[in-house]
Design a protein. Sequence first.
Length: 152
Amino acid sequence: MPGKIRNAFEDPPYKDPSWHAFIMDVQETTGLAPRDWPRFRAGLKRVERRHTSRVPSNSMKRYLAETAFFCAAHWKQTPRVVRGALRDYLKHPLGKRMYAYTAAEYWQWAAKVSPEDLPAAEAMVAEVRAYLPSLDDHERWNTQGLLASLKR
């Protein structure tokens, strides 16, 4: 899935009451992820319908896709679920920092759950390593630390 690093757009500020309400609504729904994945996904769809006209659509869809992917990877969902969530998430511009975090999370999931996904995860990590020189010192140090934590 190379070529997915694009400059991310800004989300509304957290102090925006509509965005804050949306974030809180999503966080309440994430409690379902480890116990009942179908209800969790249905809950995210309900949250999307409830907040459609209240928050910017692009930010909302990216945040929902991000939540679905990271919950799927963290709670070790099936390869079909994680691949689908990752595919949906990578449709949105992430920026270098979030792409690195996504690559690391995908790699950790693949190493534990789905070895057949490891080549794709390693390709994402290699892409992150390739853009390391373009980062400022602080971001490079943080990203190198993140990549160093990836162990089988």
